[in-house]
Design a protein around this ligand. Structure first.
Ligand code: NOJ
Length: 449
């Protein structure tokens, strides 16, 4: 059988995020963040779940690194909890919190695993939210200062950095729909939040360059593929509006130093306060672009569809089902995303920083999960990725979401995205079929066609 081989040096890893796995929400002086507050408020999270204990990774970290090594991972993408480092979001540094990441990085390096650290995976300090949060322009400085402190401590050993993870979700689910922390629902605040997230990103990139560290720094964006519901012009226009208001907003700003035209044609109240120099600051060159991709969405025109006048529906390729949170299955969408980035943004080096799915895992008596559904998802997406690379897209690595089952935000612990099963009662980790399959992919640097 022919084999699909990836280029030499292609980086294979797995990803997690602090709030989703660490637990120990108050341990060693950690401060409160917006997800701590949000999960402790009533009716926000399915089943009333919280990240208080999660996967207990804060305590089990050395074992988890040993697990990563046993799975043959070449890289590990994790995030840093801002309020472990700075309990109040700024000011006093908490050496114990910072020390945790220091030890994690050393353990990874000792295991031969490349550390890939994200500074903001959504767990913004509650103290700073109380001062105005991301819609407040000062948030850009707060973030950059936190980034500087972390670079000082870890910059000599961490090879890959991301400023933000999915800033669209932070801004729009956090401040426009209110579905995610901090749960505010005010569209203009969300647009301002987006601008300040970007500004903070650019300022952190400057600090990174000034630090003299030799690693790579970039930003991680969520990028579904969007398909118009029909070829009718109003559906195509709705599709383009959704792209511009989500991915285009961040991509155009970072790579072209401007916002999509859509933003300036929105009502005045929606325009963020863009000051001279902002767009230049935001568009500082990055070393790579991180893309989180899961599914394809059909977009049609709907007069009642809010600001963007759209209706959306998850799309699955013929014969393919939906996953347990209702997302579609369309591997070709990943190829399309990568080609669109190649064509619109000058073919930057891309890492797939997240890709994966949740299936209804059923463990056998020993706790082993034959998750062939997940294997099928991953295999077909790696094929789609390979196709994009054959078409000239500059992709340098792939991180599966997620290393282990974890706290899936507003869904709580129901959906399981891990290639390793977590028994939340005992905190036992059991690699699933997909983990064993992925280890083989990494070993061969490719897969059977
Ligand atoms: C994107 C987010 O970065 C991650 O935190 C989340 O768990 C996965 N997608 C799955 O929804």
């Amino acid at each position: 059988m022919a084999r699909l081989i990836f280029p030499e040096g292609f980086l294979w890893g797995a990803a997690t995020a602090a709030y989703q796995i660490e637990g120990s929400w108050k341990k060693d002086g950690k401060g409160e963040n917006v997800w701590d507050r949000f999960t402790h408020s009533k009716y926000r999270i399915h089943g009333g779940d919280t990240g208080d204990d999660a996967c207990d990774h804060y305590r089990l970290m050395p074992k988890d690194v040993a697990l990563m090594k046993s799975l043959g991972l070449q890289a590990y993408r994790f995030s840093i909890s801002w309020t472990r480092v700075l309990p109040g979001g700024r000011g006093r540094i908490n050496p114990k919190g910072l020390g945790f990441y220091d030890r994690l990085v050393d353990k990874l390096l000792a295991a031969g695993i490349v550390p890939n650290a994200t500074l903001n995976h959504w767990d913004f300090p509650q103290a700073l939210e109380d001062l105005g949060g991301w819609p407040d322009r000062r948030s850009a400085d707060w973030f950059a200062e936190y980034a500087r402190i972390v670079f000082d401590k870890l910059g000599d050993r961490v090879a890959m950095w991301a400023t933000h993870n999915e800033p669209f979700i932070v801004a729009f689910l956090g401040y426009a729909t209110g579905d995610f922390a901090p749960g505010r629902a005010d569209y203009p605040s969300a647009v301002r939040a987006a601008h300040h997230l970007l500004l903070g990103h650019g300022q952190a990139v400057d600090f990174y360059r000034q630090s003299g560290c030799k690693g790579k720094i970039g930003i991680v964006l969520d990028h579904p593929w969007y398909v118009p519901a029909s070829s009718r012009p109003e559906d195509v226009a709705a599709r383009n509006r959704v792209f511009d208001a989500g991915q285009g907003l961040f991509l155009d700003a970072v790579f072209h130093g401007r916002y999509p035209e859509l933003l300036s044609t929105w009502s005045k109240s929606l325009n963020p306060d863009i000051q001279p120099g902002d767009m230049k600051q935001i568009s500082r060159p990055v070393d790579y672009l991180g893309i989180n991709h899961y599914s394809t969405v059909l977009i049609g025109f709907s007069a009642r569809g809010g600001f963007l006048k759209n209706a959306r529906e998850e799309y699955s390729a013929p014969g393919m089902g939906k996953n347990s949170v209702g997302w579609g299955f369309n591997p070709a969408g990943l190829t399309a995303v990568l080609e669109s980035i190649r064509d619109k943004y000058g073919n930057p080096p891309v890492y797939i920083t997240e890709n994966g799915t949740t299936v209804a895992d059923t463990p056998d008596a020993k706790g082993f999960v034959e998750d062939w559904g997940r294997v099928g998802y991953l295999r077909s997406h790696l094929r789609a990725l390979h196709t994009a690379m054959e078409k000239g897209c500059d992709v340098r690595g792939y991180f599966v979401w997620s290393l282990m089952d974890n706290f899936e935000w507003a869904h709580g612990y129901g959906p399981r995205f891990g290639i390793v099963r977590v028994d939340y009662k005992t905190q036992r980790r059991i690699p699933k079929r997909s983990a064993l399959w992925y280890r083989e992919v990494i070993r061969q640097n490719g897969l059977d066609e």
